[in-house]
Design a binder for this molecule. Sequence first.
Ligand code: NAD
Ligand code: MG
Length: 339
Amino acid sequence: MTRIFYDRDADLSLIRGRKVAIVGYGSQGHAHALNLRDSGVAVKVGLRPTSKSLARARAAGLEVGPVAEVAAWADVVMVLAPDTSQPALYAEAIAPNLAAGKTLMFAHGFNIRYGTIAPRGDVDVSMVAPKGPGHRVRETYQAGDGVPALLAVHRDASGGAHALALSYAAAIGAARAGVLETTFTEETETDLFGEQAVLCGGVSALVKAGFETLVEAGYQPEVAYFECLHELKLIVDLMYRGGLGYMRYSISDTAEYGDYTAGPHVVDGHARATMKKLLADIQNGSFAQRWIQENAAGRPWFTAERARQRAHGIETVGAALRQMMPFLDPVTVDPEDGP
Ligand code: NAD
Ligand code: MG
């Protein structure tokens, strides 16, 4: 049975009685730090002295210090730097400042699951992983709502690891939406699979393939953009509110008939076999190994691929169309710049 916890199950006084270091001030870091502070928790942010986020954290009224210093000050250290920079950061600045009875926390299980961080045995290790982007974690908290989160305990040296993690989850607003109990292994493997097969890899490839099919057949790229990318949000919004059933209730019968007849041919046996292979590579560590090596080598393939993807026709057509729709609040970003 899935265990789901809400505000009424959490004791906020536990986290209010601790000093919390938030390491990193990016997408998740800023949301955790500000929500904890607004929930009455003593927070300091740990950053490198050269960090671009430093000025923003100070401007938000937070106390900022070097990672080693705030880790030494804190009872609870939440690691919200990028997953690939966590092992070195942990070894250099965090591990030397942990002591028996302290708690080390993560928002994703990658480094514990793949053994790239192996904390000492007398420290509690837990996870609160919001199931949404950091900016939503902040916005929903301010609106009185929350983003659901996964909670896991890797090591409970003190006997209080679960209760403290739940208290932390409540303080960032997640227990308003629901906190699901999981393990580091389940969170890591399902998170990686979801982003690869469905949410990021699967959807991007599906959108591009649909767009290219129409454009290659001679249809206008603008029409293809609206059909394959813009409208996706409208469809997903329906699914989000009422599942596939509400989406199908809302579309025409013709669209619903095409949904049933065509869908299984697009995502066919081959696509399902590929999904199984992706999952196997996540489970046996070979995906993690490749990504760790790519980072160790300075990300040559990743950087080149990022540039290639940005030059795709759907991006140029889309940017021009979105400019004409200011009500969408269109954005352009430099991918080398953190959020
Ligand atoms: P991010 O890239 O947005 O921000 C990283 C922050 O860490 C930046 O402030 C950066 O300046 C800082 N940083 C980088 N290297 C550092 C170092 N060596 N020392 C100190 N600070 C350093 O990262 P993120 O997307 O917020 O991810 C943080 C964690 O949260 C990851 O474990 C990620 O898997 C997890 N997570 C992220 C999301 C999300 O929505 N982005 C959702 C769920 C979980
Ligand atoms: Mg994810």
